[in-house]
Design a protein around this ligand. Structure first.
Ligand code: MN
Length: 132
């Protein structure tokens, strides 16, 4: 079984490394993008199993990137999970309206993060069933 591939879109280098490290430690293959434009290119080319999308990005924000991913038939099937530091009222609703399937608040809880991701990937064993 190949490792699930996750595209992490995050402009903050420390957050990008933290999220990537946690995912890699749990056996996921991680691809990184630090802008929305790169995320669109990489998602089409790499066909990740899941996309984690920072909402606050320079130039094009994560909601706009998600809308474009959902409009493109090459990427519309890929689940997008919003990542945001601003857990404000209405944020989750806006993320869902843009096409996100879920919502994770930053800073991430590193103990629970992998299980949450496994849930979005539909892996009932979590942690890839320890087969890593
Ligand atoms: Mn950001």
């Amino acid at each position: 079984m190949s490792k699930p591939k996750i595209l992490v879109v995050e402009d903050n280098a420390m957050n990008l490394e933290l999220v990537s490290d946690v995912l890699e430690a749990h056996g996921y293959q991680v691809i990184q993008a630090d802008t929305g434009q790169k995320a669109l290119e990489i998602a089409g080319r790499e066909q990740p199993d899941l996309i984690l999308m920072d909402i606050q990005l320079p130039e094009m924000d994560g909601l706009e990137v998600t809308r474009l991913l959902k409009e493109n038939e090459q990427t519309s099937h890929i689940r997008v999970i919003a990542l945001t530091a601003h857990a404000m009222r209405g944020d989750e609703e806006r993320a869902r309206e843009a096409g996100c399937s879920g919502y994770i608040a930053k800073p991430i809880n590193t103990r629970e993060f992998a299980a949450v991701i496994a849930g979005y990937l539909g892996d009932p064993q979590g942690d890839l069933g320890g087969k890593v």
